[in-house]
Design a protein around this ligand. Structure first.
Ligand SMILES: NC(=O)c1ccc[n+]([C@@H]2O[C@H](COP(=O)([O-])OP(=O)(O)OC[C@H]3O[C@@H](n4cnc5c(N)ncnc54)[C@H](O)[C@@H]3O)[C@@H](O)[C@H]2O)c1
Length: 258
């Protein structure tokens, strides 16, 4: 294989959840730039459509699908739409995720909150992985990428539900790698440190940022493009013998909120 083909996704079909903004948008755009047809899905069809239109305007192939990953029937429909539009699925990015932000004081949240966070961060990636696997196996190329978090390995106050759900996502992938490997499917996790998106902006203050940077050797917060690069690595043939792994993209350090 020539070096310039290692990141080539021409002819591959990708699906990204929460692709209308932030890290999901970055994933959609980098996969499309590498040649994949990209289904941009988001709870907001308007946001998904904007990203898909941008990809199409840049000469790529894309379609937008409304999908709330908390709704099981939406997940079924997302994969049906992808297959009916582009014929198969080769790459799945389980990006949509919620929780944390230092807002999980155990006495201020209830069971419904916990179920919701686990539903978006664990149950949806599990269900989508199950749905896409037969198509990936049949097509001969499959890569599933979960967007986890540094919170999956950090220990911090008021983060137990988000952190444990993302830890479950890590372990889900390292186990599913054994189930899916024989089907020709790889499954890996990308774990962002603090990355400049709207979700981060909702909790970031100058004081918190200064504390984060004190423990970040590459002395800046993450950008969406930093995370998208790791997604492209796992999506493309360059990582053909890599599965069940979690790659933390964090400037070499730890950015907790406390
Ligand atoms: N930004 C960070 O610092 C950071 C750090 C670690 C992990 N992460 C993880 O990265 C992922 C993306 O985070 P982000 O910062 O880009 O978020 P973001 O808020 O910038 O974008 C999230 C996107 O997901 C969509 N969305 C929200 N709920 C949804 C649902 N139920 N179904 C489908 N789409 C939905 C939103 O409309 C939005 O387009 C999440 O899994 C998050 O846990 C982010």
């Amino acid at each position: 294989m020539k070096n310039d083909n290692l990141f080539d996704l021409t002819g591959k079909v990708a699906v990204v959840t929460g692709g209308g903004d932030g890290i999901g948008r970055g994933a959609c755009e980098i996969l499309a730039a590498a040649g994949a047809a990209v289904v941009v899905s988001d709870i907001s069809l308007e946001k998904a459509q904007t990203v898909a239109d941008g990809i199409t305007a840049a000469g790529g192939k894309s379609a937008a699908v409304a999908c709330n990953v908390l709704v099981s029937a939406d997940l079924d429909r997302l994969i049906e739409c992808t297959v009916s539009t582009f014929g198969t699925v080769n790459i799945l990015v389980n990006n949509a995720g919620l929780g944390g932000g230092g807002r999980e004081n155990p006495y201020k949240i209830d069971r419904a909150y916990v179920e919701r966070i686990y539903a978006i961060n664990v149950f949806a990636p599990w269900q989508l992985s199950k749905l896409v696997a037969p198509y990936m196996e049949k097509s001969g190329y499959g890569s599933i990428i979960n967007i986890t978090s540094m919170s999956s390995i950090n220990n911090s106050p008021d983060m137990a539900i988000y952190g444990s759900s993302k830890a479950a996502l890590n372990h889900l992938a390292s186990n599913l790698a054994f189930d899916y490997g024989p089907m020709g499917i790889r499954i890996n996790n990308v774990g962002p440190g603090a990355t400049r998106t709207k979700a981060l902006a909702s909790v970031l203050t100058p004081e918190i940022e200064a504390k984060m940077l004190a423990h970040t050797p590459i002395h800046r917060l993450g950008e969406v493009s930093d995370i998208a690069g790791a997604v492209l690595y796992f999506a493309s043939p360059v990582s053909a013998w890599v599965s069940g792994q979690t790659l933390m993209v964090n400037g070499g350090g730890v950015q907790t909120l406390d």
